[in-house]
Write a protein that binds this ligand. Structure first.
Ligand code: ANZ
Ligand code: ZN
Length: 803
């Protein structure tokens, strides 16, 4: 017997897998598509945090292979984007070149994981054969009216010098570099994702995704039902429309607030308020959203004008305040301080009346100290509506208001159309030609891809134009429609463009006629399991769903949701911070693989904690996993050719182990799978010593259980057990029999007059006579001289009553 030598074993099996690939598509096996979120090939390579997700998906893929599936498990590169371009600016290396180098390095690192990736399927978003289709989708969207140009103030990152989508602004800062985002007026390409808002929301129900992610998406889409109500401006013939989700509270509206950016803000000012109003509007415009949101105290200014509450004719003052957002609803609200927190705070600060209109237990509160925000209770102070139930009125009021003629039912969304232009070089050129006569004309589909030209200077201009605008020969073209001189669009697409559909391309990556053939799409798509970090909850995962629905609608694919099941792994940190090059706390997998082997690192990645949670990395723990693998190795090696017969006790232990490992795996409790292996191996080693050996079926079973986790060790031991074909090609995931797991002996307490005096081991089908006889024997001299009663309830009680 040999001792475990990870270097020799891993080298041997890498070679064998290359010579005899496993997971081959024989056309008969059912497919299972297990997808990783593809990486951005950064210059700093992979760290152990990246490994975690890839190990999880590979374990799952191999587990599915052992259930008879042909597993589609591809890998590719999300390679357009800022870092490569910034590197080009700093070092003068063309992004194409640095990207290729980074891909080569990361690919080498990824291959160290020994995952069953099918490299024939590899895609790279910067490859013209790939981005041809990214552009093709854009052209199709343009033709469907879903891509349009619009001039508007957009989010602008002054450091990246580019526009950003709403999804890319996190707490007021650029998602990529953390710089505070400002606004800039620019002509933009927009994608009409809002046309899909209802479907994106409702179809969440179809998905087997973490509830947390579904909630983030539904909050982001933010559909609400309510009413628009028109308030006349007192003394004029103008009116202001507000959006409210609580029209039941209309009688309690004691003031109105407009966003400072509201179109009517200035004209509402009077001679006396003019200066204050101007100042407030100016102040709001110079403050970033972050600042505005961070305000602990509400600010505002009275315009000097009043509006008329259309329901009761009461005059209410009109204020401006930046807690009302310009681009949501109508940018104006009716304020009900008694029932809304923000309005309450505002009314308190500016001494505006508070009128309660919903009473929880029929009583009016004397001195309100906070708003009562539930729509539960009886209406009071509400004229005709008095006595109605608030929750009922909330639903009925929009229609009532519509009938009364001063408003209408209204549905609103938080979701905004997707700002799709980037004023940067390293991205897909937007395939549009601007013709003075024909307007925006898409590049004809048969002329795609529209290649990204070489440039000398990558620096963003900062003027709102991309570096492509400086290449005259490229910009000046002819109109595909009328042939007259025209200019190309010079903006590029955001990084999300390629990642919104890449998963469709893997299964047909060489097709130069179609994005994906119908036949392959039907056979291999959609994705059954998607594994990646939670940080993409509303960016990539929402965009991909939108793209898939669009491609469904134009007949490219038959399904309209891309990812049936989603698993989000937590992040790996070190010294209390997320692992990143800038924090200097990166642990590279390369040395660990060298010192402990791929199998040990794979299992240790899982052992560090529940896979859905963040975990702290500590190199020292990997040693324990390595020792476990050595122990496991020795157990099988030492017993492989003993031909030991199976025992009841070993059979029971085997079935329990299969049961536990399978359940934990199915629940994605992968850290407890690893600890389970350690515990069970100890038990197996002990029992083997006691018995003098271990039977072959048990050994085959445990080696199979281990194979998704430590594939090299498993393959080698499988061979030691006499097989000459890969374990993944020659066996199935073991099953368990609950009958065989049952203990047929139980230990029971023996009581004398209700007090425990001894213990006895009984078989589960022990007869009463024999059970009592064994109990009395176990009691010895503690058995009472005069037994008056004997009680035996199988599995529960043995009690001898006596004197
Ligand atoms: C009166 C009212 C009374 C309101 C009450 C709430 C409670 P959703 O759609 O669920 O987010 N609102 C409307 N437009 C706004 C804007 N542009 N900026 C800030 N707030 C705005 O919430 C809609 C509610 O948010 C609306 O209903 C409005 O306040 C406020 F007891 O109107 B409500
Ligand atoms: Zn033209």
């Amino acid at each position: 017997a040999t001792t475990y030598n990870h270097k020799a074993v891993e080298k041997k099996w890498r070679g064998n897998w290359e010579a005899h690939p496993i997971n081959v598509n024989d056309g008969k096996k059912p497919k299972y598509y297990c997808l990783d979120m593809f990486p951005y090939p950064s210059g700093s390579g992979l760290h152990v945090g990246h490994w975690r997700g890839y190990v999880i998906s590979d374990v799952w893929s191999r587990y599915k292979m052992l259930h008879g599936y042909y597993v589609i498990h591809p890998m590719g590169w999300d390679a357009f984007g800022l870092p490569a371009e910034n590197y080009a600016i700093k070092m003068g290396v063309h992004p194409k070149k640095s990207t290729a180098q980074n891909v080569a390095n990361i690919k080498r690192q990824i291959q160290e994981i020994a995952a069953v990736y099918d490299w024939d399927m590899e895609v790279n978003t910067t490859d013209p054969n790939f981005y041809k289709w990214t552009q093709w989708i854009f052209v199709k969207m343009f033709k469907a009216g879903l891509a349009y140009e619009k001039e508007m103030p957009i989010n602008w990152c002054p450091s990246c010098k580019t526009g950003l989508s709403n999804e890319e602004v996190v707490n007021g800062c650029c998602e990529r570099c953390g710089t505070e985002v400002t606004k800039k007026n620019l002509k933009q390409w927009m994608l009409k994702i809002t046309a899909y808002a209802d479907r994106l929301l409702e179809d969440l129900d179809k998905l087997d995704w973490p509830e947390k992610v579904k909630k983030m998406q539904s909050d982001w889409i933010g559909r609400s039902y309510g009413a628009e109500v028109d308030f006349k401006v007192d003394g004029t013939d103008k009116s202001i429309t507000v959006y409210t989700t609580r029209p039941d509270t209309l009688h309690g509206a004691t003031f109105m607030v407009l966003a400072p950016e509201h179109a009517m803000a200035r004209e509402l000012a009077t001679e006396e308020t003019k200066q204050a109003v101007e100042d407030y509007i100016y102040r709001a415009s110079t403050r970033s959203n972050i600042d505005r949101m961070a305000d602990k105290e509400k600010t505002g200014v009275f315009t000097g004008s009043y509006a008329i509450n259309p329901l009761n004719g009461k005059k209410v003052p009109i204020w401006l305040s930046d807690y009302v957002l310009a681009d949501y609803g109508t940018g104006a609200i009716m304020c009900v301080p008694a029932h809304d927190d923000r309005d309450f705070e505002f009314a308190k600060k500016f001494d505006i009346p508070i009128i309660q209109v919903i009473a929880k237990d029929g009583k009016e509160i004397e001195n309100m100290t906070e708003a009562y925000t539930d729509a539960v209770g009886t209406m009071i102070n509400s004229g005709d509506w008095n006595g109605m139930e608030s929750s009922v009125l909330k639903k009925e009021a929009p229609e009532m208001i519509e009938k009364m003629g001063f408003g209408r039912k209204k549905k609103n969304y938080k979701l905004r159309d997707w700002v799709f232009s980037r004023q940067r070089y390293w991205g897909e050129p937007i395939p549009i030609v601007h013709c003075p006569d024909c307007g925006c004309v898409p590049v004809p589909e048969d002329q795609l891809p529209l290649l990204l030209p070489e440039v000398e200077k990558y620096e963003p201009t900062g003027t709102g134009e991309s570096p492509l605008a400086g290449i005259e020969e490229w910009v000046n073209t002819t109109c595909p429609c009328c042939g007259k001189p025209a200019k190309r669009e010079t903006n590029t697409m955001p990084q999300w463009a390629g990642s919104s559909w890449y998963f469709l391309r893997y299964v047909d990556n060489k097709n130069d006629k179609e994005l994906v053939s119908k036949e392959k799409a039907d056979k291999y798509l959609p994705v059954d399991m998607y594994i990646g970090g939670v940080e993409h909850a509303v960016l990539h995962l929402l965009y991909s769903r939108f793209y898939t629905k669009f491609l469904h609608d134009i007949g490219v694919v038959d399904f309209d949701e891309p990812f049936k099941k989603l698993f989000n792994q937590g992040m790996i940190g070190k010294n209390g911070a997320k692992m990143s090059k800038s924090k200097g706390n990166v642990v590279s997998p390369d040395d660990l693989v060298r010192d402990y082997g791929c199998d040990s690192l794979r299992m240790y990645e899982l052992f560090v904690g529940p896979p859905e949670l963040d975990a702290e990395w500590d190199d020292r723990g990997i040693d324990g996993v390595h020792r476990f693998l050595s122990r496991f190795w020795t157990l099988v090696e030492d017993n492989a050719d003993k031909n030991f017969n199976e025992t009841d006790e070993m059979v029971k232990l085997r079935h329990k182990m299969v049961y536990d490992i399978t359940n934990r795996l199915e629940n994605f409790s992968l850290n407890t799978v690893v600890s389970g292996f350690m515990e069970y191996t100890n038990k197996l080693v002990d029992l083997t010593k006691k018995q003098g050996g271990i039977d072959k079926e048990t050994m085959e079973t445990i080696v199979t259980l281990l194979s998704p986790f430590a594939p090299h060790v498993a393959e080698e031991l499988w061979e030691v057990l006499g097989h000459n074909q890969s374990i993944f090609e020659s066996t199935q995931w073991p099953s368990f029999d609950e009958e065989k797991m049952k203990d047929n002996e139980i230990e029971m307490a023996v009581q004398v007059n209700g007090k425990v005096k001894a213990k006895v081991t009984l078989s589960v089908d022990e007869t009463k006579e024999s059970a009592l006889a064994k109990a009395k024997e176990a009691l010895g001299d503690k058995l009472p001289a005069n037994v008056v009663k004997e009680i035996y309830v199988p599995g529960k009680i043995i009690n001898i009553v006596g004197k």
